[in-house]
Design a protein around this ligand. Structure first.
Ligand code: SDX
Length: 438
């Protein structure tokens, strides 16, 4: 049952006819034209490359106000959640719709421990990848491979879904840590039942036979907050992919694996890796922030200032503000002194924000601008940054997939197009141009 309310009609006059198009309004005042009957009534489709202006459905998970810089998960401001919750509590909130009671949290945490191991056959997969394999490729392949070990998800049973959610949230973290160990050439470290979600991850990442690693509470808290910042973001590219794959009734593992691939792109989650690469290269080559900004403005350069700009935020991304604070905390805690990369990033931000090209286009720092610097200060290598984004985004992907599956007005995703290719023709009339006969 649709939860938006109709507040009136828009009028479309086309080909001598008038059409009433219902105007819908959501709980935060967002308005939409309901064009579900447009093609049936007028023969027209809408033209909207990148779906910049297209709402794909109703959602009660995440609200973003791009002009005011507001981000809320299930009604809670991101700043409030990052300050007062753990990542696992926020994951529970996104998937179930409410924050867990202490007993619900403990049951969820127990599920995380129960399902943190990988099947030993899967452990062997890691040895078969080349040493330089990008962890995002491994992550996507491993996630879809989980479906071969747990085929029960092919049914629609609710309990299968609950276990699958726990398995995915817990095992994705293990897969990420194992892929880091492979990259480092270190023996893997199994998850432990006495550590909480982020501590377990850090332990699997950094413990070695000669380093009796103990997770640092400041780093553990910062990691919880960074993962919370990434946990959902309404209909972003990778979430749209997860929903589209789920709309064909493909299973949750397949849908999440597709989302990992979409997130990998440098215009999306891959931007946090690109930010670090650009900053490191700029310092190595002595490129000033001003010169970098000028390059980003030069259309012929095809260069973008990664970590800047956003499809929705036309003001400061609220996540970037929180990430910037976390970044400074972790850097000063880890090294006790300034980090030249952070100094450069802050100068670059100030230079870009003072430039009319960025001001006119409402280009501000987004979630990716500072998060990589914080991960780097934790000892996480650049090629793992987008994997960290995926760990954070997983509960949002799952929540959106479940919402799409349970929404009775949703159908298989199948957009239309405007064809501009060759008109009808036959092989016979063009056969003379064929260079060969089979
Ligand atoms: C994420 O959608 C989400 O919610 C995503 C995300 C999430 O949580 O899931 O928030 C995570 O993906 C954050 C974005 C990470 N990507 C980057 O940092 C890559 C750099 N930024 C861009 O490429 C760009 O800003 C996008 C992709 C983020 C948004 O692109 P849009 O909305 O399609 O905007 P656009 O490309 O049409 O740009 C509008 C104008 C253009 O100039 P004009 O043609 O008007 O002259 O702004 C310019 C662009 O050239 N522009 C930039 C720029 N971003 C936009 N110019 C230089 N540097 C940039 N970063």
């Amino acid at each position: 049952m649709s939860l938006t309310k109709k507040i009136g009609d828009a009028r479309l006059t086309y080909d001598g006819c008038d059409y009433n198009i219902p105007v819908l309004e959501g709980t935060e005042g967002e308005r939409a034209l309901d064009i579900q009957s447009l093609r049936k009534n007028t023969g027209l489709v809408t033209f909207d490359p990148g779906m910049v202006n297209t709402g794909v459905g109703e959602s009660n998970i995440t609200f973003v106000d791009g002009n005011k810089g507001i981000l809320r998960y299930r009604g809670y401001d991101i700043e409030d959640l990052a300050e007062h919750c753990s990542f696992l509590e926020v994951a529970y909130l996104l998937v179930h719709g409410f924050l867990p009671t202490p007993s619900e949290y403990n049951a969820f945490s127990t599920q995380m421990n129960l399902h943190s191991m990988l099947h030993e056959n899967m452990r062997n997969f890691f040895a078969l990848y080349p040493d330089h394999a990008h962890p995002m490729a491994i992550l996507s392949a491993m996630v879809v491979s989980l479906s071969t070990f747990y085929p029960e998800l092919e049914t629609e049973m609710t309990e299968a879904i609950d276990i699958t959610v726990a398995r995915l949230l817990s095992k994705l973290r293990t897969i990420a840590a194992f892929s880091y160990k492979k990259y480092m050439g270190h023996p893997i470290v199994y998850p432990r039942s006495d550590l909480r979600y982020c501590e377990n991850f850090l332990n699997m990442m950094f413990r070695t036979p000669v380093n009796d690693y103990v997770p640092d509470p400041v780093v553990t808290r910062a990691l919880n907050q960074l993962l919370i910042l990434h946990a959902d973001h309404e209909q972003n590219c990778s979430t749209s992919v997860v929903r589209a794959v789920g709309s064909s009734r493909a299973n949750l593992y397949a849908s999440i694996s597709a989302g990992v691939c979409a997130l990998w792109g440098p215009l999306h989650g891959g931007a946090n890796q690109k930010v670090l690469e650009v900053l490191e290269d700029a310092i190595k080559t002595g490129t000033s922030p001003k010169a970098l900004v000028e390059r980003a403005k030069d259309k012929s350069s095809n260069f973008r200032l990664f970590g800047f700009g956003h499809r929705v935020y036309k003001t400061y991304d609220p996540r970037a503000r929180v990430a910037s604070k976390i970044c400074k905390q972790v850097i000063s805690h880890a090294s006790g002194k300034d980090d030249p990369l952070l100094d450069y990033a802050q100068e670059l931000e100030a230079t870009a924000m003072a430039d009319s090209y960025f001001q006119d286009r409402h280009l501000y720092p987004n979630v990716d601008f500072y998060t990589g610097l914080a991960y780097r200060a934790m000892g996480i290598p650049v090629n793992m940054f987008t994997v960290m984004f995926a760990i954070g985004r997983l509960p949002g992907w799952i929540a959106q997939w479940l919402e799409q599956r349970d929404d009775e007005i949703q159908r298989i995703v199948r957009p239309r197009q405007v064809y501009v290719g060759p008109e009808s023709r036959t092989v016979a009339e063009t056969i003379s141009q064929k260079p060969y006969k089979e």
